[in-house]
Design a protein around this ligand. Sequence first.
Ligand code: ADP
Ligand code: MG
Length: 621
Amino acid sequence: MRAFLKLLFRNGLAAMGAVVLAAILILVLITPLLPLQNPDSTATADRFQKPFSEGHPLGTDHLGRDLLSRLLHGTRLSLAVGIAAALIAATIGSAIGIIAGYFGGRTDNIIMRGVDMLMAFPYILLALAIVAALGPGLMNALIAVAAVNVPFFARNIRGITVGLAGREFIDAARLAGMGHTRIILTELLPNVLPVIIIAMSTTVGWMILETAGLSFLGLGSQPPQADLGSMLGEARSALISHPHTSVVPGIMIFLIVMSINLLGDGVRDALDPRLRSGALSRASATTLVDRKSDIPAATDDLLAIQELETQFHVGKRNYRAVGGVSLAVKPGECLGVIGESGSGKSVTALSVMGLVASPPGVITGGAVRFQGEDLIGTPYETLRQKRGDRVAYIFQDPLSTMHPLYRVGQQLAEAIRSHHRISKVDARARAIQLLKDVRIPNAESRVDNFPHEMSGGMRQRVGIAMALANEPEVIIADEPTTALDVTVQAQILSLLDDLRRDRGLAIIFITHDFGVVAQLCDRVAVMYAGRIVEEGPTQAVLGAPAHPYTKRLIACVPELGGGRRELAAIPGLPPVVDDLPPGCAFATRCDKAQEACQAGDVALKGAAPRAVRCLYPEEAV
Ligand code: ADP
Ligand code: MG
C-alpha cells in the first residue's frame, strides 16, 4: 500500500488531482456544519447579485438564492449520485462479467448477447428512455446512469475473466475440491479487482457528467433541489446577462471531472504491476557507464575483462554485484567461471556487451577489451554491431528468449541477416546447416518447427546455433545446461568442445557445477560476492584447491563410485552485496577465519596463472 501511494504521488498530475478532489470532498462533507444560508430560500429582491456582494460571496441566482450554499449542496448531491451510480454499475457489471467469463459456454452466450443488446442503443438515448419510463427524479436518473454503464463493466471484466478462467491455478482450485462460489471469490476476484478499480476510477467522472446532463435537461433533480446539472440548466436563460450563475457550477464540474480523471489515470499507472516493477522507465540500450577510476591498459588477450565493477543503484542503496573482476581468454581457450547463485557471474557476463539493464545497473569502473579495444562506454551502434556477431551469448532458458510465433528457422535467419547482407534463401540454407552443426536430427524439417514443438534440449541447441550463426570469436555461455538432463548436457558440452577445437572459439563458461568445469574448461575462476577468490588451471584448482570456499564447493559435488562419503553443504548464505563487510566476504562462513581476515582488503596473490584471495590458504600457490 505504501509503495502504491509513493508511486501514485510521484506522478505530479495525479497528486494534484488527488489534492483538489480531497479538498472538494472535505468541503462537501462538512457542508451541513457550515454557517450557510438555506440553499432553497428565495429572495426575489436580491436576484442576480454579483459575486463578492455582501452576504453572498458567490452572488445569487434568478430567484435570489445564495449561490455558494447552492453550489456546496449541489456538489454534495452530484458527487453522491455519481459515485453511487459508479459503485452500482461496477458491482452489477463485474458480477455479470465474472459469471459469464467463468462459466463460459451457453451461460456466457446468453448473458453477453443480452449485454450486447443494451450496448446497441446509443448511450444517452438509453438513459433518456429509462428516465422517461420511470419518470423524472434524481433517484431514477441514478438508476438510468448506472444501468447504461453496466455493459461497459460487464464486457471489460468478462474479457479478463475468460483469460484467467483457463489458467492452471483455477484448474488446481477445482481439483482441490473448491466450489464455484469459492473459486470466484478467492481465486478470480482478487485478480480482477485491480481492473474493476481502474475501470471505476476512470469512469466515475463520466458518470457525474451524465447525471449532471440528465439534471440539466430537467430529468434529474427537481426544483428547488440543487445539483450541479440543474443549477446549470436554470442558469441557461441568463447565460449572457448574468454569466456568473452558470460559471460557478461550470467551474465546479470542471474541477471535479478533471481531478477525478487525473487521479484515475495515476491509479491505473500505479496499479499496473508491469509499470510498477519498471517504474515507468525503460531500460536503455546499453548499460550506463560512470567510471571514476583509471582505465587499465590494453593486453594481447582476445577478450579481457579488467577490474570490472558493476553496481545496481536502487534508491539510496548500492548493490556492488561485481567488485573488480579481471578475466581473460585467448582464442581456442575455455575459461570456467564458477560460484554460488548470486555471486555476480551473470552480471559480469552481461556487462561485457553492455547488456545489464540500466537503470538500475551502472558500470562504475574497469574495462572490457575485445582485441584490445575498450567496449565500455562505446556508442550503441558500435556495440550493436559486435553483439552476436563477434561476441555471442547462450542463455539458460532458450524458450523465454525465442519468439513463440516464428519458426526457429526464421529466427536463426533473422540473427544472421541483422549482421550480414545475404538473401533469404541463403539465410535459410545457412540456418539448416547450423542446425546440423548442433546435431539436430532432420534439420531440413526441424527448421520449420515452432519453439514449442521442440524439446528443451533441442531448444537449447537452437540457442547455441543462434550464438554460432555469425561465427563469433567469443561465446559467453551463462549456465546453458542447468535446465537440461545429464545426457543432453553431455552432448552439448562435447558440441561446444568440438567447436572450440575446430574453429578456435574462445568460451567463457558460467556454471555452478564443478563437474562441468572439469569436462570442458582449461582454466577456472571461482567467484564469491562479486569478486574472484581463486583462479588457475582446472586440474590445479580441482586437485589442490587453495581457497577454503573452493575446497568446500568441491566437497559439495557427489562422486559416482567414489564410495560412501559425507556430502558437505556450506552453512550460511552469501552476503547481500549492498553492505559488504571489509576484508574477506567469506570470513563469516569460513572455519579457518581469523581476526585479520575481516580487518582489511585481501589481495589476490600467487604465481600466474594460479592466484588466491586468502590470508590462510589451504595450499600455498
Ligand atoms: P549469479 O552469479 O547467480 O549469476 P547475478 O550475477 O545474477 O548472480 O547477481 C549478482 C548480484 O547482483 C546478486 O546479489 C543480485 O541480487 C544482484 N542483482 C542482480 N540484478 C539486480 C537488480 N536489477 N537490482 C539489484 N540487484 C541486482
Ligand atoms: Mg546467473
